[in-house]
Design a protein. Sequence first.
Length: 99
Amino acid sequence: TGLRNRPLWGPGAYFARDAQYVAEGKFCGPVAPDGTRQMLLCLLSIGMPCLGDPEHRGVLPFRRKPHRYNSSVDSMSSPEIFALQHPGAAYPAYVVTFL
């Protein structure tokens, strides 16, 4: 999870839909001596997402007061990046080992 350098939409845990984004973005950590790498496959509870915006700064807008949106995405029609502000909204389900 995460983004290198600065988060797009404020603090939170960032997840990608596609494993390729994570592997090529070097979010998996170092290569093991046998040449393998690892990443977590997580189950996410995104609730009602809103379109991510740098102005959010970790506080999501109101959907209908007093209810706020639950997560941010990069696209409402076909999201590839998910940002969660609540640590309990992500459940690590599998450790994936790959070459």
